[in-house]
Design a protein around this ligand. Structure first.
Ligand code: 5GP
Length: 113
């Protein structure tokens, strides 16, 4: 089922895009939880981590390479950052289109609440 992220991919609704290629889109989160909060998504519609298939392995790895690229470009790679996938209700997932959160710009607590 398509989500609001499909509309962002199709440019039907606006987003502050920071990276795009044929397979991946990265854009600023509308409700940032840190000074840097970027969502990195595959253009392929995969609802949750539970839906991943073996054929998605390279694509998922690519999401992390995009996170690394953004961290280097925006200058917070050495200071540090966090990448998170939320899954379903207890994981706090609210949009059923798999997305990697990239958070940076402040000290992040662990464990999460
Ligand atoms: P989740 O809670 O599913 O892990 O993360 C979904 C994220 O998508 C949230 O951090 C939320 O702020 C963000 N989000 C929801 N709707 C929109 C939108 O229309 N535009 C953007 N840029 N971010 C959105």
């Amino acid at each position: 089922m398509s989500t609001i992220f499909s509309k962002i991919i199709q440019k039907e609704i606006p987003a502050k895009i920071v990276y795009e290629d044929d397979e991946v889109l990265a854009f600023e989160d509308i409700s940032p939880q840190a000074p840097v909060h970027i969502l990195i998504i595959p253009k392929k519609e995969i609802p949750t981590l539970n839906h991943l298939q073996a054929e998605d392995a390279v694509l998922m790895g690519k999401l992390f390479l995009v996170a690394q690229k953004i961290a280097k470009e925006q200058g917070f790679a050495e200071q540090g950052y966090r990448t998170v996938f939320n899954c379903n209700e207890d994981g706090g997932q609210t949009v059923d289109h798999i997305h990697l959160h990239l958070l940076a710009g402040r000290s992040l607590t662990w464990p999460p609440g």
